[in-house]
Design a protein around this ligand. Sequence first.
Ligand code: ADP
Ligand code: MG
Length: 626
Amino acid sequence: MSKQTLSFQAEVKQILHLVTHSLYSNKEIFLRELVSNASDACDKLRFEALNHAELYGDAPNLEVRVAFDAEAKTITITDNGIGLSEFEAVANLGTIAKSGTREFMARLEGDQKKDANLIGQFGVGFYSGFIVADRITVESRRAGLKPEEGVRWVSEGAGEFEVETITRPERGTSVILHLREGEDEFLASWKLRSIIGKYSDHISLPILMRKEEWDSEAGKQKLTDEWAPVNKASALWTRAKNDITPEQYEEFYKQISYDTEAPLAYTHNRVEGRSEYTQLLYVPAKAPFDLWNRDKRGGVKLYVKRVFIMDDAEALMPVYLRFVKGVIDSADLPLNVSRELLQESRDVKAIREGSTKRVLSMLEGLADSEDAAEREKYAKFWKDFGVVLKEGIGEDHANQERLAKLLRFASTHADEGVSLKDYLGRMKDGQEAIYYITADTLAAARSSPQLEIFRKKGIEVLLLADRVDEWMLAHLYEFDGKPLQSVAKGAVDLGKLQDEDEKKQAEQAAEAFKPVLEKLKEALKDRAKDVRVTTRLVDSPACLVVEEGDMSGHLARLLKQAGQEAPKGMPILEVNAEHALVKRLDGSAHFDDLAHILFDQALLAEGGQVEDPAAYVRRVNALLAA
Ligand code: ADP
Ligand code: MG
């Protein structure tokens, strides 16, 4: 086939523009990205060769070579991995829209150092070559194709690229960077070695460079024809803990996660017994941009006996721990394991259970630490990842109790950070339940009328306002033998917390109020299931509650927002017989208006919407004018 000129896909053009115009302050990352691609290509070959050993041909040792030519001003990164067919070169290096492009653009902060680190995370790393090169040539042949089926791809990183068929005797890819004017600093062995050492030391295959020797005639170093590894090429997790420094753990984390910040915590263990594996797992310090996405695959890479099998092996971690990053290296799984097989494997189940426990221990270690700085780390973790951890309460029954201990809440007693254990420690004599309220926002929860009696008696109530809370509470019935009880469901029964006098007084008030109550029920019969006198209110005239098994108003609103049909159950109106407004009902000429206003205000107070705002306004005005 003759030479063909093609246009980059629109989003790729944007990336290119950005790379060349705004990432020049952290140039060296181009090498990390290209070495990482070379290493990925070798991993892919190794994986395909599991079932097609012939792909190795006569070059079974996978490696990456980094070379430079000071005269031609080029740097060449060569691998003998899977290679690219002509079709793949066109698609993968130019015409397929990069899925991460939009997120990448959206996340740029203008801080070049941080931005440059993001580039690999979003699958656009190849283009970082254009930070230092004004032309890139890629020559490649896919494993399994004939030498005449090689491809050359050339671009100056503007709008277009060229492809042509070439003959390439060896399998794999060479990426040749033609350096821009002024980028000569990269044409030095020590410079390239130091960048590789910094970013790519943990790549588990050898990265080779030509050895140098002293040329006494010229009075300087000169390159020899002998290639030698410049990285340790030992997968970090296979080394003994004692031989790994905290900095190395941290650097490895940054490499696999593309995070710029150090991890919050990590755990590294070799597990032996029924199932044998090594795990190196990290908890990030900050939530990723797509933490909410439950479909996103996990961040754990699967290796089998040091052979890379797959990224994001979601079967290795429960969904609610999808933020965990790291590596699991199994000694038992077959090398040709597929995602489908993973889902069913008993070994994988054992690994998942073991790893889940490890992550929970790591979090408990922070949460229960003697060291205030560690506990502070847990508080930070909770702020970012708490909502996701809450999913675990419903998903992971085996670990529910451990998870419940890790939960943190806002309450009427503290703005944040209240654990269920803290709550138990503050329970009043005779208190039998853990009280909570859910609302659309924390502010709404905090000022909810249902809390009044609890406030008055100094009883703590947990305040919940995350979307996931209702779901979580549907699975968490009790903690340490104490039931969790919504203060907005059912009648308030403070049990032993109420003294006999108070009870008697309440009964008498209810008795005296009975005739008015009957009229109220009649007036509101289309809106309220029942109307009753309550002791839960102190300052407010009325509030809405639902029956024990019914859906709360808050959850019904959440469902509605999510476009789902919520059951049309009616709430119960509870009134405070001691309140001035309620007292006015008796004998009032505006009884009907007052009744509806009481109901509508109770609805507004819990964050609901009045069904007929115009009617509400009319009624209020009628009363004001009366
Ligand atoms: P990512 O590595 O996240 O997929 P890149 O922009 O770094 O994104 O690379 C884009 C694609 O180009 C890769 O997915 C791969 O298909 C192809 N590619 C890049 N470098 C190589 C290489 N050395 N060998 C084979 N394919 C490569
Ligand atoms: Mg890449």
